[in-house]
Every structure is written in structure tokens, then in C-alpha cells.
Design a protein around this ligand. Structure first.
Ligand code: ZN
Length: 214
């Protein structure tokens, strides 16, 4: 009798263990992301720019670079869009607004209103509305100029807000994360890539700038 109880006990433990592995395996395979058929989240070559008109951009100084061997001479994990004040900012790709984070860049007076949009279980696009000074009232003003809240779904090209430009150096730091930050070109559409290169050419004619540097 004692032996029987023991065998049953082992079988129960085994069943629970197998069940747990099965469930964990399923979760790993599908992820928890579900866009309910809004768009094809496996298409990874259709990301666009975040402005609607080139005339909304005041300057281009920093693209993506993995070392300091680049025209701007520093590592930089995103693209800096230097918008004029009150210009519309549009979504580069569809997704769900996952987070809107308020903070400051380390060791600086620059505030960040960071909008994170999730495209699928592994890829996010982030819009850091960066402005000087460290004045919460100004940051609140930028937040009030957003058109999205956490949980909203956006389509590519939809306006997510307008840019507040307290100083001429302020910009949106746009970054694409696929586990880690990647060159946005890797997921951009061909026309969209030509679009941004024509923008860069306006500010650096004949200088042969690239969007990303290794
Ligand atoms: Zn930047």
C-alpha cells in the first residue's frame, strides 16, 4: 500500500512537471504579443520616417553609429530628428503604445518624454522628445502635446504628437530596438530609406553621409 501511494505520487509530480514545460514552451514560441489582426507583425522592412514634411526639420546632425568613426564623432544608438517647434511627429511603424516615460538624461538638464511603441514581441520603436531645460513645467507642456496614451494602437504615419522646441538644439532621439538598438535602415522600406537620405542630403550636400555607421 505504501509503495502504491509512492508510485502515484511520483506520477502526479511527473505530470505536473511535463505540463509546466509544455506551457512554458508554448509561451516562448508565440510570445505574449497579439495585435488582433491589425497588421502583419512579421513584415520587418516597412518602417518609415517620423516627419510628414522635410520642411519641419531644422537640421540633421546625428545618425546611428556603433563607434566614434562617423561624421559626428561619437557612438549614437538612434537618429536625431531636429524638428521645428510645434511640428507634427508621426509613427514610423504601427504598434501599441507600451510606455510613456518621463525623465532626464543623466548628468544634464535635458528632459526626456519617451514614447515606446511595440511592433511585435521583439521589436519596439522609441521616440525620445528631448528638450532643455530641467523645468518640469516645460516637460508637462510637451506631454500635453502628445496625441497618444499608453494602450493606444497607432498605424504607420499616424500623428503621435507635436514637438516642443525650447531651444534650437532640441530634437527627437528615435531608436529601434530588436533586443538591442539596431540601425533603423535594417527595417526600413526602400522608399522610406530614400526619403531620409534625401533629407540628410539637404543639410550635408555632397558630403556622402550615411544613415548608420558600424
Ligand atoms: Zn540622439
Amino acid at each position: 500500500m505504501k509503495k502504491q501511494v509512492c508510485v502515484v505520487g511520483i506520477l502526479v509530480i511527473l505530470a505536473v512537471a511535463v505540463g509546466a514545460v509544455y506551457i512554458l514552451g508554448l509561451n516562448e514560441g508565440t510570445g505574449s504579443f497579439d495585435n488582433e489582426g491589425r497588421y502583419d507583425s512579421t513584415v520587418l522592412n516597412n518602417m518609415g520616417v517620423i516627419y510628414s514634411n522635410q520642411s519641419d526639420i531644422a537640421h540633421w546632425n546625428n545618425g546611428y553609429s556603433e563607434s566614434d568613426v562617423c561624421p559626428w564623432g561619437a557612438e549614437h544608438n538612434g537618429l536625431d530628428y531636429m524638428f521645428y517647434n510645434n511640428s507634427p511627429v508621426i509613427a514610423a511603424a504601427p504598434g501599441v503604445v507600451e510606455d510613456i516615460e518621463l525623465g532626464y538624461l543623466p548628468d544634464s538638464t535635458i528632459y526626456v518624454v519617451g514614447v515606446t511603441i511595440r511592433f511585435n514581441s521583439t521589436l519596439t520603436h522609441q521616440y525620445g522628445f528631448e528638450g532643455d531645460p530641467a523645468d518640469e513645467v516645460v516637460r508637462v507642456q510637451q506631454v500635453a502635446m502628445l496625441d497618444v496614451e499608453i494602450g493606444d494602437w497607432v498605424v504607420k504615419g499616424e500623428q503621435i504628437g507635436r514637438f516642443l522646441r525650447p531651444t534650437e538644439f532640441d530634437h527627437i532621439h528615435f531608436a529601434v530596438y530588436f533586443n538591442q538598438a539596431i540601425c533603423p535602415r535594417l527595417v526600413m522600406g526602400g522608399d522610406d530609406y530614400n526619403e531620409i537620405m534625401s533629407l540628410i542630403e539637404i543639410f550635408h550636400p555632397g558630403e556622402g553621409w550615411e544613415l548608420c555607421y558600424p
